[in-house]
Design a protein around this ligand. Structure first.
Ligand code: NAD
Ligand code: IPM
Ligand code: MN
Length: 359
């Protein structure tokens, strides 16, 4: 049966990087992958065209798709929108919530060829392979009440950090299962020394542990986890954490791999439907220059093939193609260093495409 792939380029560098990922998707199609590719608007681009960062048509297409590839949303031109509900980021959050994409996988994997591109010493990061499992449809991002209102003569802003046992349990199971497929070490990151919501988080993780006796569960406070990630990142195998802590820790982990432009992600729901996107944003500072790194988005296509389309071989082939290109001296600006050859977004995409075709 033909799989429907919806591509949502979004804003800033989004259209540039998704264009390179589409080249790879089309090459997979030529290899016999039965897919049809459709595009739709999201984020600021959708707001400008239709006055809504998540138009109904886009949501309907997303619901009908087998998998979604998203570039990035947001940019300074929409940061001052009076109506917060119209901000580009709300389009992305709406998609995640409406599709129930609670399980966010963010693998921080260092391609050995990039050890010198990391801001940390090569020996600290070489061999790095961490999977961050971030809860994506709950926590402080979605808790009610939220808002800005007048109290006692001044404005106050407030959000609510809330998780139910059921929400914690289902992301916990994703993480335990993931640890099982990897090195069987799971570190749950919380702030249980201060926040009740994460006291409950820790309790639920502990309650699940006996069902996964082959997985070693540990706990760490988020402040220490941030420090440990840059001190000795290889101590981690799988990290499970809530929405906001996962957002922050995954950007830090990204830098261990050389650049945020290397970090792909998968966001999955209970039906196995998924949205795939790079972890980085729309990078307004380099938008429109054809210099962004497209590899995180291309590697997100590999995650799509592995997690939603059940095509692990094609996924592996894309990852090998990326690795082969990194064997050469071609580098986008973010991962370039002495003696490497700086290439554009499209040149990098073409190089991966060529390696993929040969592979
Ligand atoms: P950002 O990730 O867009 O950029 C941070 C830095 O990383 C910038 O210097 C940027 O140039 C660089 N960078 C990011 N991706 C890169 C790539 N592929 N290649 C080379 N360099 C890259 O984060 P920000 O600046 O905090 O946010 C910019 C906008 O993006 C904001 O509107 C924010 O809300 C949005 N955002 C969207 C997403 C998403 O769509 N998933 C994620 C994060 C931020
Ligand atoms: C991410 C982004 C988003 C998040 C924003 C743009 C809503 O930072 O995907 O990491 O905070 O989840
Ligand atoms: Mn983020």
């Amino acid at each position: 049966m033909t799989c429907k792939i919806l591509v949502l380029p979004g804003d800033g560098i989004g259209p540039d990087i998704t264009a390179e990922a589409i080249k790879i998707l089309k090459a997979c199609q030529k290899q016999g992958l039965d897919i049809e590719i459709e595009e739709a608007l999201v984020g600021g681009a959708a707001y400008d065209a239709e006055g809504d960062p998540l138009p109904r048509e886009t949501l309907l297409k997303a619901q009908a798709a087998d998998a979604i590839l998203l570039g990035a949303v947001g940019g300074p031109q929409w940061d001052k929108l009076e109506d917060i509900a119209k901000r580009p980021e709300r389009g992305l959050l709406g998609l995640r919530k409406e599709l129930g994409l609670f399980g966010n996988l963010r693998p921080a994997f260092l391609y050995p060829q990039l050890a010198e591109a990391s801001s940390l010493k090569a020996e600290v990061v070489s061999g790095l392979d961490i999977m961050i499992v971030r809860e994506l449809t709950g926590g402080i991002y979605f808790g009610q009440p939220r808002g800005i209102e007048e109290r006692d003569g001044q404005r106050v802003g407030f959000n609510t950090y809330v998780y139910s046992e059921a929400e914690i349990e289902r992301i916990g199971r994703v993480a335990f299962e993931m640890a099982r497929k990897r090195n069987r070490k799971l570190c749950s990151v919380d702030k249980a020394n201060v926040l009740e919501v994460t006291m409950l988080w820790r309790e639920v993780m502990e309650r699940l542990a006996p069902e996964y006796p082959d997985v070693e569960l540990s706990h760490m406070y988020v402040d220490n986890a941030a420090m440990q990630l840059v001190r000795a990142p290889k101590q981690f195998d799988v990290i499970v954490t809530g929405n906001m802590f996962g957002d922050i820790l995954s950007d830090a982990a990204a830098m261990l791999t050389g650049s945020i432009g290397m970090l792909p992600s998968a966001s999955l729901n209970e039906k196995g439907q998924g949205m795939f996107e790079p972890c980085h944003g729309s990078a307004p500072d380099i938008a429109g220059q054809n210099i962004a790194n497209p590899l995180a988005t291309i590697l997100s296509v590999a995650m799509m093939l592995r997690y939603s389309l059940d095509e692990p071989e094609l996924a592996g082939r894309i990852e090998r193609a990326v690795s082969q290109v990194l064997d050469s001296d071609l580098r986008t600006a973010d991962i370039a260093y002495a003696d490497t050859r700086k290439v554009s977004t499209s040149e990098m995409g073409d190089a991966v495409l060529e390696a993929f075709r040969k592979g």
